[in-house]
Ligand binder design. Structure first.
Ligand code: IVH
Length: 675
């Protein structure tokens, strides 16, 4: 499409695309309310990339394609905060809070004080400067007077607008943090790679902002909540609530759990409520910040040397529990990493009963000198994963001895290695049964080949009975073989065989991810499959060609090249091909989608009622492959409604709006005609 575009046309189109992408990104990252699918976003994004590649003069600094800069910084430059970034006084109990209220009322006896309660986000304070609506600088707090310039890293944080919705010149501050889900995923990945885990999301976020390579910062999935206007510029507001509302209107992400309170008792109630709710929030908070809402009152109250008199941070007590370690269990992951788990006396902790705590790796056991029968204090990292905070050494018996670290793999008895650059112990025996069965479980998992009915227990049995040794063996399993497994009767065996058979038709990215090549996650697998189109294509690719794929770095490229050089991998590919497992990419290339002249291209389609030929997911994927968009509700913007059996209100609405309605057969016919 871009080939036929003149410079002038391209100029108009990039403005249009950027506005659209910014809008969708705003709904997704600022409002937490996605309006289109990731796939649709990607299509628009790649259309913009294509035009910008052809006309580089059209690239602007605030283009959504320019979030991740290419250069690695030599170091961070210093930034002086013209308005210092202060910290807050703390309150630890109700009495501290009442004293805060009294101090304020003493200074302002004749005013009705309104407090605004905000969540105290557990991240890192950052300050963002906008000039004429454009983000020009981002800095850390540092010592409050001098911080570090982290503009390149903050630009990768999608909730931070590169351009405000009005051309204001302002300085705003807030917290940059890592959502709990990103933290858990990051630690899981680090554990599998034998790397050290982060103690909490805050440290992981701090590590992200301190990366000199913005590409690495971008991978941390950080987010922000802003809560202070330092330089008001064009903003006019009489109080904090109004100021936050103005930030909302500029497209800046603020936290909406905030509440205006008329009395300190109401503040206390808010604190109690959020003390309970905190475990359910998708990010970590470590307390509540209470601020006098009115700016004139804030000014009258002023500052002490360290902190404002008009605000205080109520700190939640740390959620901890004491228990005793009875046993340490060792499990082997598919990459051979051996992970210890402490089995403890059950104890209540932050809303659940806890009996197991991850010890993450052998270095941590040594560092904390964790022993059997130790009394320990535990907490939950990211509010979810129980971990040992510390050992109460004075409760130890005199006979206690350091924990004997295993020297041999509990599954295959081969000697474990402790690689120099790793914190983990590793079993490097490629034939280790635990690694093999874990690898098989990964292969059948939902984001990989998606084979239902093969839980870990079934896989272990199949392995023990020598029915499968590698992933290719799954495709030669017979009905009778399956019946030899415990609890597998006719129906289950049939279901398993059907699921295995269906997986043969999966597009290559599922297989590539399922193979468990180190560092190749689902996303990388998709990018590689899309670019190289077949396993043979990928095998033939050089490291340089692989690195050229946007989003793929050197570590992944090295790992892929090394993998395909292994003779047993060549054999495995041959076996898979023989057993009719598809080894090619079946999705469309992004550029093809954007340029498609398919009937479905750019059409908004609603599926309703029961579909019999395919699952809804399948129909959706096939429509999307041809450039269509599948949405959930019928509106004037809907181009087509496909009505399966027993279609109800959506069909009625389509008829009312005079939207074209197809039967499932008609859909199938069109899809088959075009694919
Ligand atoms: S107001 C003048 N509001 O907590 C100081 N701080 O203990 C203005 N924090 O350094 C800070 N959430 O990093 C404020 N809603 C919130 C906050 C918050 C987290 C952090 C911030 C600050 C520290 C103070």
């Amino acid at each position: 499409m871009t080939e036929h575009m003149s410079f002038e046309e391209a100029k108009t189109k990039v403005v249009e695309l950027r506005a659209e992408l910014d809008k969708y990104s705003y709904h997704y990252y600022v409002k937490d309310n996605p309006k289109i699918s990731d796939h649709d976003y990607d299509v628009l994004y790649h259309e913009l990339v294509a035009i910008e590649t052809e006309y580089p003069d059209l690239i602007t600094n605030d283009s959504p394609t320019q979030r991740v800069g290419g250069t690695i910084l030599p170091g961070f430059t210093k930034v002086v905060h013209e308005i210092p970034m202060l910290s807050l006084g703390n309150a630890f109990n109700q009495e501290d809070l009442m004293n805060f209220d009294e101090r304020i009322k003493k200074i302002l006896p004749n005013e009705e004080i309104e407090y605004i309660c905000e969540l105290k986000i557990d991240g890192l304070a950052v300050s963002l400067k906008y000039v004429d609506g454009l983000l020009v600088q981002a800095a850390t707090r540092g010592d409050g007077t001098v911080g570090e310039d982290i503009t390149q890293n903050i630009r990768t944080v999608k909730s931070v607008p590169l351009r405000l919705q009005k051309p204001y010149s302002i300085e705003v501050r807030g917290e940059c943090y890592m959502p709990k889900s990103s933290f858990l995923a990051l630690n899981k990945e680090r554990e599998e790679n034998g790397e050290d885990v982060f103690a909490n999301p805050r440290n992981a976020a701090a590590g992200g902002l301190r990366q000199l390579d913005p590409k690495l910062a971008a991978k941390r999935n950080l987010s922000t909540f802003l809560y202070t206007v330092a330089d008001f510029g064009e903003i006019t507001a009489n109080g904090q609530e109004e100021a936050l509302h103005q930030l909302d209107e500029l497209g800046i992400r603020t936290n909406h759990e905030r509440k205006l309170c008329k009395s300190i008792d109401e503040v206390w109630e808010y604190i109690q409520t959020y003390h309970e709710k905190r475990v359910d929030l998708p990010y970590e908070i470590d307390g509540i910040v209470i601020k006098v809402n009115n700016f004139a009152a804030q000014e009258e109250l002023g500052f002490t040397v360290k902190a404002p008199r008009w605000a205080i941070a109520y700190k939640f007590p740390a959620e901890e529990a004491t228990t005793v370690i009875r046993e340490i269990e060792w499990t082997i992951g598919r990459t051979g990493v051996v992970t210890p788990t402490a089995i403890m006396d059950p104890v209540r902790l932050a809303g659940t009963t806890v009996q197991r705590a991850s010890l993450h790796n052998v270095d941590l056991i040594k560092e904390k000198d964790i022993r059997l029968l130790d009394t320990v204090i535990i907490h939950k990292a990211g509010d979810i994963i129980p971990e040992v905070t510390r050992v109460l050494t004075d409760k130890r018996e005199a006979t206690s001895e350091p924990y004997p670290i295993p020297t041999h793999c509990p599954a295959c008895e081969s000697e474990l290695v402790h690689l120099e650059e790793e914190v983990a112990l590793r079993c490097i025996n490629p034939k280790c049964p635990a690694q093999i069965t874990e690898g098989l479980s990964h292969f059948v998992s939902r984001n990989a080949m998606n084979i239902d009915g093969l839980g870990n227990r079934v896989i272990v049995q199949m392995y023990e009975k020598e029915l499968v040794e590698d992933v290719a063996d799954l495709y030669k399993l017979t009905f009778d073989e399956l019946l030899t497994l415990e609890k597998i009767k006719d129906k289950a065996a049939n279901n398993i065989l059907t699921a295995i058979d269906a997986s043969r038709a999966n597009s290559m990215e599922r297989l590539l991810f399922g193979l468990g090549i180190r560092h190749v996650g689902a996303k990388a697998a998709k990018l590689l499959a899309e670019r190289f189109e077949s396993m043979a294509g990928l095998k033939a690719a050089t490291k340089e060609e692989i690195i050229e794929v946007e989003g793929i770095g050197e570590i992944i490229a090295d790992s892929v090249v090394a993998y395909f050089q292994l003779p047993e991998v060549t054999e495995l590919m041959e076996e898979l091909a023989q057993r009719e497992v598809n080894l090619t990419y079946l999705g469309k290339k992004r550029t093809e989608i954007a340029e498609s002249d398919s009937f479905f291209n750019q059409k908004t389609i609603v599926l309703t009622g029961k579909l019999t030929h395919f699952t809804r997911e399948e129909a959706k994927a096939r429509i999307e492959n041809l450039g269509g968009k599948v949405t959930g509700s019928v509106s004037k913007k809907t181009d087509l409604v496909v009505a399966g059996e027993e279609a109800g209100s959506k069909l009625a609405k389509a008829e009312k709006l005079e939207i074209t309605v197809w039967s499932e057969d008609q859909l199938l016919e069109h899809l088959e005609g075009e694919e």
